[in-house]
Design a protein around this ligand. Structure first.
Ligand SMILES: [Fe+2]
Ligand SMILES: [Fe+2]
Length: 169
């Protein structure tokens, strides 16, 4: 059982943060990219979580486009980070259960996302110019890359694992 503490996601109320800008994805997708069927992994629970994450990203985009104000966008960011952390926990529990060989690296990707988002939110809270758009670009880019790469490989392994169990049973 992994007892290491989860990266803190209480940055919504935290004043600490790195001075260093988080690394953004090298190949950002179209900033208008929204959820579509090409992002489906085939695992109902994971796909439902992903759909909801994209929904929260859409909410955040609307908040910053319509200038609903920092309070709304800030709250959506907190919701997004909290839901993402919960989703990552669910995927990581699944990985432990099926002894997924890439579990450590996959978890490190999750941690990287939370750390980078935390740094961006710290910059957002102090009102750094351009940060709301940077957050949107980063979240969309990371989510899309992660879903079509890391999460698909997890679901492919799970599918093979279930097949083996059926054949063995
Ligand atoms: Fe994942
Ligand atoms: Fe995921």
């Amino acid at each position: 059982m992994d007892e290491s503490p989860r990266l803190a996601i209480d940055f919504c109320s935290s004043q600490s943060g790195s001075e260093q800008a988080p690394s953004l994805c090298s190949d950002p997708p179209d900033s208008r990219l929204h959820w579509d069927e090409s992002l489906v992994t085939g695992h109902a629970g994971i796909d439902n979580d992903h759909r909801y994450l994209y929904h929260l990203v859409d909410d955040y985009e609307k908040a910053i486009e319509t200038e609903q104000g920092n309070a709304v966008a800030g709250q959506v960011l907190c919701d997004l980070a909290t839901y993402a952390a919960g989703h990552f926990e669910r995927e990581e529990a699944l990985m432990r259960r099926i002894r997924f060989p890439e579990a450590d690296a996959h978890r490190a990707e999750h941690d990287r996302f939370l750390a980078s988002l935390g740094e961006l939110v710290t910059a957002y809270e102090i009102g750094s110019p351009g940060v709301p758009g940077d957050i949107l670009a980063f979240v969309r880019c990371w989510l899309t890359d992660h879903l079509v790469g890391w999460d698909r490989r997890l679901v492919a392994f799970l599918t093979a694992h279930r097949q083996q169990e059926r054949q063995a049973g």
